[in-house]
Write a protein that binds this ligand. Sequence first.
Ligand SMILES: Nc1ncnc2c1ncn2[C@@H]1O[C@H](COP(=O)(O)OP(=O)(O)O)[C@@H](O)[C@H]1O
Ligand SMILES: [Mg+2]
Length: 262
Amino acid sequence: MAMLDIQNITISYKNHPTVVDFSMSLEKGQIISIVGESGSGKTTVIRAAFGLLAGGGKVTKGDILFEGKSVLGFSDSEWRKIRGTDMSMIFQDSGAMMNPTKKVGSAYIEYIQTHEHISKQDAFNKGVTMLERMRLPSGDNVMRSYPFQLSGGMRQRVGIAMGMTYQPKLLFADEPTSALDVTTQAQIVRQMMELRDNYGTSLVVVTHNLGVACYMSDHIIVMKNGQIEDQGSRDYMLHESTNEYTKKLLDAVPSIGGKRYV
Ligand SMILES: Nc1ncnc2c1ncn2[C@@H]1O[C@H](COP(=O)(O)OP(=O)(O)O)[C@@H](O)[C@H]1O
Ligand SMILES: [Mg+2]
């Protein structure tokens, strides 16, 4: 049984079908990327699978199964139980998601305390441990910082640490590296790949960079105008696909030191 099985879904905003006939099957420990230009429906797909569609968006056809169970009928309390623990999401710029007037620590403690009844001090220590595990040395300093005092890469590591606090089986990442400079991008990409290696986490990564997608993923889905345009393995994408749109995305990948990955 697939961990996440998206079956022929249509997603509509205000009765207007935006994503049509989208299917995807993700196994445990697998990394799948969804690639496409801005507006192609990537965020809509993963938000649907995470139960967080904005703007009155609804899955109007098909089904989304997590570990064999349809998530479409989940109540708020069922979602609260699995979000953060079974599945998590990290966002494009974790900094933008953070309250600028709140220190990282108080946001992190609050997050932990919505998931388990532990003291502030224990939550603080747990946060520090996770930050340090996610390559943020002196986690206690990070906890005492405001988001603006951290670099983009550090903020993204905070986002990853928070998302990984309860070692979810499935992690969605929405353009996790787009806000970062190229060197930091590469570090974060590798760090996300290590989540699979170290924790067995399955990943669904949204990106507009087909190079990043090919570097990271077992399977790549190319979306265009709300539909799947092309899909396959890294080798297929890089060497075999004859799809014009895929080739265009490949041409758009920035080349770094002669290497076109990441
Ligand atoms: N909150 C929303 N309300 C109404 N329509 C939306 C909303 N979010 C996205 N859409 C529609 O869905 C389309 C795809 O958006 P999105 O999934 O964010 O694309 P991507 O992540 O690929 O850039 C948009 O062009 C827009 O028409
Ligand atoms: Mg998006």
